[in-house]
Design a protein around this ligand. Sequence first.
Ligand code: PHE
Length: 340
Amino acid sequence: MEQQIKTIEQEVNTFSILSKDDLENFRLKFISKKGIIPSLFEDLKKASSDEKKKIGKWLNELKQLAEGKFKSAQEALENSMDESTDAIDLSLPVVPNKLGNQHPLSLTRYRIIEIFERLGFNLADGPEIEDDWHNFTALNFPPNHPAREMQDTFFIEKNPDVLLRTHTSNVQIRLMKKQKPPIRSIMPGRVYRNEAISARAHCFFHQVEGLYVDKNVGFADLKQTLYSFAQQMYGKDIKIRYRPSFFPFTEPSAEIDISCLICKGKGCNICKHSGWVEIAGSGMVHPNVLRNCNIDPEEYTGFAFGMGIERVTQLLFQVNDLRLYSENDIRFLRQFKPVM
Ligand code: PHE
């Protein structure tokens, strides 16, 4: 009942009473014999005596709140009708505005940015509506190659193709075209894939991609950078492992796993009883990608990585259903505070 009382309390607080009709509707809804509050008192009769005490107190407070609001609104309406002028009564109490809080995905994004900024990365951004070249071709996806099917794409136009970017890697290309190395940037943003929506997949989600291109950048730099990130994000006891993988735009490529935070590596549902959870894709930037951006692969090397913000958030806050992030349910959103 606690949740129900809270919801009704919020409804009482936000119900706007500007006319006599509003006032009567308010009375009927909350305080009249058939209203919500008297019916809650009826329900209370069924509760155990312990609960009666606790819930009874809340209910009485709710009743007072509603009656108080009714009275002051009634007086305010009468006063305003008595006066022949239509002057505004500045002494009327305002309905208090509830303070909002940041979305969990924003909290995580800010935290990721903060950590990489400390490691010397700056921020870059790019468009969500992209052409085929920046999303695929420049990233070394050959035409008609099955790798394109790894990422189910929403096309906006065909011939020439315009699409919703399937990853933030398009920003790598835009950066390298625009700027000569050294480049050390992270690129957070929204990406889209044509997938059926479920607890584990959505048609849009968020990524942070990182790119470091300079003379003598090696795989060891990639490993240490991401290890340092994982320690700052999840604590210094975190373990990290690299699994060989494939992306057209990196060679060699690796999938990065961290030890499961939920079961500490013993095995649970989140890590599918393996003790490890995948958090990012990564690798050394493919020479073809550098060439496509007019950077000489004999002179420069680089690493790139990409991680899903939803996944990082899931591990921080243990949210098990992706859909919750975009349903705008205040009861869900209110629960998140910055974790430091
Ligand atoms: N773009 C890849 C994806 O969305 C992730 C990735 C980024 C992998 C950079 C390697 C390097 O799946």
